[in-house]
Design a binder for this molecule. Structure first.
Ligand SMILES: [Zn+2]
Length: 428
């Protein structure tokens, strides 16, 4: 993994363990307001930058993985979720229906039913398959106030989700494709897989469909994992209500595990929505549906990354990438000009007003974990070069402004974890 050790000077002085709620507050990434409600975080401008970068990554990865993007509404008639089985098996986690005239609407707990309708909106041939529909959309969970906190337990999640509709024989290829996408994204984000889990049906009546379909789906998933050489742990009772799944487990520094990405195999929804495609024989056949979540919910992912990086994000995710620090008021004009050049090159750059001592402002910038600082004084004004300090404490030889912009732009464009300027980094 090309992860950078966290520099000692970014650890808070009290050595408190990384907690995304505390860091999120300190870095002004998100907030909650009792007037809006618990579990409904407000993304502040700096947090929104991080989320927007991750959404951009999700969109690029979807296209790269052969998906087509769609947009579907956050609510639908209750009947849609009766059809999908959510109403029977998942209603306890859903907000109660809203009555409008004679109709009842519910906030969606998942977008699978909408995507089934997108698939069903046209006649499909075996030549069209696989069809992969991607959407990073909002979903809702009626969690009780008591269990909510930060970004990890929320009532609205914004989930990176893809639904693949394919012929049964295409399943192994699609599982391999999903696993490759997970591995590519994790490498980029510096996330390590703790283990893969094959989550199967358990006892009880919390599951849709008959046992033989489940057994077939579980065999398919196990065979696909074996074929691509992924070791996994067997987990009976951890399946989704509509099908078994591969869970990609990640661990926090304290060793607590959670599921980040999932790949779920579903024979049930295609039945319930009567989906079909015309096969080479001219007959109508049933597709399989694969639910694939790579980056997971933006809330969960950002919470994990805040803790993983202790707020010191790689340059491509940093809310401010370059902070220009004029030594005194007479250097502010030059400072603003440099920040403007960096902004024009597509970087997130700011000029910090000379309203306190330079030492105090450098500390403030470090508290914000800004990766690149440049100090502008008399010498820099005269030479046309700038002195660069990296977030990890290194001070570099003075460089031309263009060199600074080029180096930072390269790190950002490559989504590298390192700070560049000769520091080792691994292209992904
Ligand atoms: Zn789904």
């Amino acid at each position: 993994m090309h992860t950078e050790p966290l520099p000692a000077d970014h650890r808070p002085s009290d050595q408190a363990p990384a907690d995304h709620r505390r860091i999120g507050r300190e870095l002004k990434l998100f907030a909650t307001d009792p007037l809006a409600g618990a579990g409904l975080p407000l993304w502040l401008p700096d947090g929104a930058v991080i989320r927007a970068e991750l959404e951009k990554l999700a969109a690029e990865e979807a296209i790269r993985g052969g998906c087509q993007r769609v947009f579907t509404p956050v609510l639908a008639k209750r009947a849609l979720f009766e059809r999908s089985g959510h109403w029977a098996k998942f209603a306890d986690d859903m907000f109660p229906p809203m009555r409008v005239g004679e109709e009842e609407f519910v906030l969606r707990p998942a977008n699978c039913p909408h995507h089934a309708l997108v698939y069903a909106s046209q006649q499909r041939s075996y030549r069209d398959l696989p069809i992969r529909l991607a959407e990073l959309g909002a979903m809702f969970r009626s969690e009780l106030s008591g269990v909510l906190g930060g970004l990890s337990r929320v009532r609205q999640i914004n989930l990176d989700d893809t639904h693949v509709f394919c012929a049964p024989e295409q399943v192994p290829g699609e599982i391999a494709r999903a696993a490759a996408s997970v591995q590519r994204c994790y490498r980029l984000l510096g996330i390590e897989v703790a283990r893969y889990r094959l989550s199967r049906r358990g006892g009880g009546d919390g599951y849709l469909g008959d046992a033989s379909l489940w057994a077939a789906a579980e065999r398919h998933l196990a065979a696909a994992l074996n074929e691509i050489g992924i070791d996994y742990e067997d987990a009976p009772g951890e399946a989704a209500f509509y099908g078994p799944k591969i869970d990609v487990q990640v661990a926090d520094p304290a060793g607590r595990e959670e599921t980040l990405s999932t790949v779920q195999l579903d024979f049930n929804q295609p039945e319930r929505f009567d989906l079909g495609f015309i096969g080479p024989d001219g007959g109508r056949h049933r597709p399989v549906m694969i639910h694939r979540g790579v980056l997971s919910a933006m809330e969960r992912l950002v919470a994990l990354l805040i803790e993983r990086y202790n707020g010191a994000f790689p340059p491509w995710l940093a809310p401010v990438q370059v902070l220009v620090l004029p030594v005194a008021e007479q250097h502010e004009e030059r400072g603003r000009e440099i920040a403007a050049r960096a902004s024009a090159a597509g970087l997130r750059a700011e000029c910090d007003p000379a309203d306190a001592t330079l030492g105090a402002r450098i500390r403030r910038a470090r508290d914000r974990r800004v990766p690149y600082l440049t100090v502008i004084g008399d010498r820099e004004n005269a030479s046309g070069q700038v002195a660069v300090r990296l977030r990890d404490g290194r001070r570099l030889e003075a460089v031309a402004v263009e060199r600074l912009i080029d180096e930072v732009s390269r790190q950002v464009a490559g989504r590298y974890a390192g700070l560049g300027f000769g520091q080792a980094e691994v292209p992904v």
